[in-house]
Design a protein around this ligand. Structure first.
Ligand code: NAI
Ligand code: MG
Length: 796
């Protein structure tokens, strides 16, 4: 091109980044990578390799090992062997290793950035300025947490060997989000990168060698989905951390059900990007570029659904189209391109099919005229307007540079549209009105809310989803918890605490003054006593085999009614912690008044001594006090990130919970599970102890006299496991707590996978509910809530 022509067109020339060092790295392995196990490079036992390509050019970069079960066994064994010493060297030594990793990645940051762009197709500008700096930051931040482990988190211990499976969209970044917190907390790792993008993980393995990380602390295994499944199913892996598709997330949830493996899942999304009419539209347009064209839109939290207030919709669409026209598409190593290549041909086909579907469904497609190079897997930035909220492209993740726009009129409509999705990963809210932004943020069901910004991440803030976007957090102190367990868990017993029965006193079972003539108790649904739909009841006998009375036999329909009642009660979750505390204190007070009555009911069912029964009642009263006390003290955090934001980490309610009470301790088991759940603002459906149900059914008299709003606590009696199944399969139930036998635990986790309910089960381990350390505390509140991180612009 002549200089004159350059001046006329003002075209950018190519500005390729030099790839020599990255190529040298590939050559140093003869472009054939082995597995990194126990600090050494080991050939795969299959002898099989697959290719990794450069999606910008379709050229082959290297051969990658296909690991099988035997290789996974070796890696898990190496991690297991490394564990005791890794624990023993202590917090400070581990901190030094993490710090060394951070330093060394920083030193080789350009190599990592180039290699990542080559392998994945993402623009070098992004890997250089975003991905790798975040990786480095993650290791530094967690070097700090490693150092503070024994002082700040002394009530917790490591989990052991962790299996980690990551996707291709942010290969090294996802690796750092997984490995840094896990090893900082004293665990050892087997990690599998995605098959399309293994290279930076393999370079990271070399960095581990360079800094002298003890052998076996980090093992990197490459391969496809089957290799991932082998890690998931390995019996000596104590936790699985997965990022990827919702589909595979559900497979993993089902595969680990009942095993006791801890699980965190960071899955798909269809995150709303909400623009109100008073927003600064030029900033909005740049926000949209970052939301959906960053990383070619292959971002789990991409702002892929643009919701714009009708009054400004056309104006904004026009601005977006103009900006789309300026985005340059090209080889990922070109420093002056905005959009790189799609990761591989398969993903490109998915995008093409989804876009065609959108057109077929009647939405209007606009694509920028920027030319896509022909030699790689490229796709132009695309905008859909005239989209109906139920259209497939409005509901399903496209995972490409495709924005789907819809308009709304009122604020309420914006919230409804935003929440009209099975996902809940992130949302982005744009308005110059701080009141409006902070009114909307808590109403969106998503784990991250960005106000006047989007796609910002930092190691100090938690990231993760609600609903089918998965559970668990990465980053922040909440992220560390995914790699720890309370020390107290080791004290649980394999058998429920036996209740000592009272052989001498046989007169007491007749003494319950609350027994009327009809001894059939009803259920309690929506603040009213309810007869069972099926019209059946079950006889309950005392521990001595004497008839006490009957309970209603609830069925599927009763559960559905209870779920509906729980949903129609918006009152409880909107109350302040202070207001909820008042209700809880009132409840405790009313229970105190009926202390003897509740005790004799326990004696009647269990044949304990009166003294023991009174102790159970008194502990129940005290427990309600504890949660009343905590109701206005279980605070969130303000995370200090590296950006000009404050990030509020707010505990929010889960929504509607199903609670299967422990079978032992008829009153205390009910109180210990139901009260923390409602303390956090949830509405609950409770299945009381099947054999000892009357303390729970008596309790609705307490609920009725304590200003508990109708629908907050719903009690359905009957066959525990039958009712539990219905709850676990119900799409409008957000969480399940199950205390019972191991088969029940397994079933709950398995059935909960459909809509990704949060589950908390006891895996056949039993708490002593009389012991305060085991029977109450913040861990219960943690399981009854989820954290939303709200990013608010802050500072000069
Ligand atoms: P994927 O979920 O299949 O792959 C993610 C990781 O899981 C990879 O390392 C893969 O090898 C592994 N894996 C696959 N099957 C497994 C199994 N049964 N057990 C254990 N590990 C398994 O995602 P894929 O196929 O790469 O992309 C499919 C779609 O998923 C994309 O089109 C996109 O919509 C979505 N996706 C979402 C991501 C996110 O960050 N939320 C990341 C990647 C993909
Ligand atoms: Mg590749």
């Amino acid at each position: 091109m002549k200089i004159k022509e350059i001046y006329e067109t003002m075209e950018y020339g190519p500005a390729p980044e030099n790839a020599d060092v990255a190529i040298d790295f590939l050559e140093s392995h003869n472009r054939k990578f082995k597995l990194f196990i126990n600090g050494k490079w080991i050939a795969p036992s299959t002898g099989e390799y697959f290719e990794s390509i450069n999606p910008s050019t379709k050229e082959k970069l290297a051969n990658i090992s296909e690991a099988n079960e035997a290789d996974v066994n070796k890696a898990v064994a190496a991690a297991g062997k490394a564990l005791p010493e890794w624990i023993k060297i202590g917090a400070h030594q581990r901190a030094r290793y993490l710090y060394a990793l951070a330093r060394q990645i920083q030193k080789h940051s350009r190599l990592f950035a180039v290699l990542e762009s080559l392998d994945n197709g993402k623009p070098i500008r992004e890997t250089r300025d975003i991905d790798i700096p975040i990786v480095v930051r993650h290791f530094y931040h967690h070097a700090g947490w490693a150092q503070l482990r024994d002082t700040e988190l002394k009530d917790y211990k490591e989990l052991g060997v962790i299996g980690q499976i990551i996707p291709w969209n942010f290969p090294l970044m996802m690796l750092s989000w997984k490995i840094a917190p896990a090893i900082a907390m004293g665990n050892t790792i087997v990690l599998k990168p995605a098959e399309a993008t293994s290279l930076t993980a393999l370079l990271f393995a070399e960095i581990c060698q360079q800094i002298g990380l003890p052998n076996g602390v980090v093992n990197i295994i490459t391969g496809h989905g089957k290799t991932g499944a082998d890690i998931v199913n390995h019996k000596d892996v104590n936790k699985i951390a997965f990022t990827g598709s919702t589909e595979v997330g559900k497979i993993i949830r089902r595969a680990t059900a009942g095993t006791g493996k801890k699980l965190s899942l960071e899955l798909g999304g269809k995150s709303p990007f909400i623009v109100f009419e008073d927003a600064d539209l030029d900033s909005v347009v740049e926000g949209i570029v970052d939301a959906i064209w960053f990383n070619q839109g292959q971002v789990c939290c991409a702002g892929s659904r643009l919701l714009v207030q009708e009054s400004i919709a056309d104006k904004l669409y026009k601005k977006i189209r103009a900006r789309m026209g300026t985005l340059r598409i090209g080889n990922a190593l070109d420093k002056s391109i905005d959009i790189g290549a799609i990761v591989d041909n398969g993903q490109l086909k998915v995008i093409e099919e989804m876009v065609q579907l959108g057109v077929d469904e009647g939405s209007t497609l606009w694509q920028s005229s920027s030319t896509c190079p022909k030699d790689g897997y490229f796709y132009p930035p695309s905008l859909f307007t005239d989209v109906s909220p139920s259209a497939t492209i409005a509901q399903e993740e496209i995972f490409g540079p495709v924005l789907v726009a819809m308009s709304f009129r009122t604020h309420n409509e914006a919230v409804k549209l935003a929440n009209n999705t099975r996902y809940g990963l992130a949302c982005s809210i744009w308005t110059e009105n701080i009141n409006l932004a902070l009114d909307i943020a808590p109403q969106i069901k998503a784990g991250v809310a960005w106000i006047n910004c989007t796609n910002v991440f930092d190691a100090a803030a938690g990231f993760g989803g609600y609903r089918e976007s998965g559970f668990g957090r990465e980053g922040g102190k909440e992220g560390l918890m995914e790699y720890l367990k309370p020390r107290i868990d080791d004290n649980f017993s394999d058998q429920p605490l036996a209740i000592s029965t009272n052989n001498s006193d046989s007169s007491v079972s007749q003494s319950n003054p609350s027994l009327g003539i009809d001894r059939t108790t009803k259920m309690y649904i929506g603040g009213k006593q309810a007869r069972p739909d099926g019209g059946y009841s079950t006889v309950i006998n005392s521990a001595k085999g004497e008839y006490i009375g009957e309970v209603s036999k609830g069925n599927r329909k009763d559960i559905r009614n209870a779920v509906e009642a729980a949903h129609s009660n918006g009152k409880w979750s909107n109350m302040t912690g202070h207001a909820r505390a008042q209700v809880l204190y009132y409840m405790a007070e009313n229970l105190m008044i009926r202390r003897e009555e509740f005790a004799s009911r326990i004696v009647q069912m269990t044949n304990q001594t009166s003294a023991d029964a009174l102790q159970e009642v008194d502990m129940s009263i005290e427990r309600i006090y504890t949660y009343a006390a905590l109701a206005d003290k279980y605070d969130g955090h303000v995370h200090h990130t590296i950006h000009r934001n404050v990030t509020l980490a707010m505990p929010e309610t889960l929504g509607v919970m199903g609670i299967m009470c422990p079978d032992e301790f008829p009153l205390l088991g009910f109180i210990s599970t139901v009260i923390p759940a409602i303390t956090m603002g949830n509405n609950v459906i409770v299945i009381p102890s099947e054999k000892l149900p009357f303390s729970a059914t008596d309790f609705y008299q307490i609920l009725e006299t304590s200003d508990v709003p109708a629908g907050t606590v719903n009690i359905v009696t009957g066959r525990k496991d039958e009712l539990a199944q219905v709850l676990a399969m119900h799409d409008d139930v957000d969480a399940i707590w199950y205390f019972g036998n191991i088969e029940g635990c397994k079933e709950m986790e398995f059935l909960s996978a459909d809509n990704m309910k949060r589950t908390w089960v006891n895996y056949g381990k039993y708490r002593n509910w009389l012991d305060k350390e085991q029977g109450e505390g913040k861990v219960f509140l943690k399981h009854a809530s989820q954290i939303k991180n709200i990013w608010i612009p802050y500072g000069a």
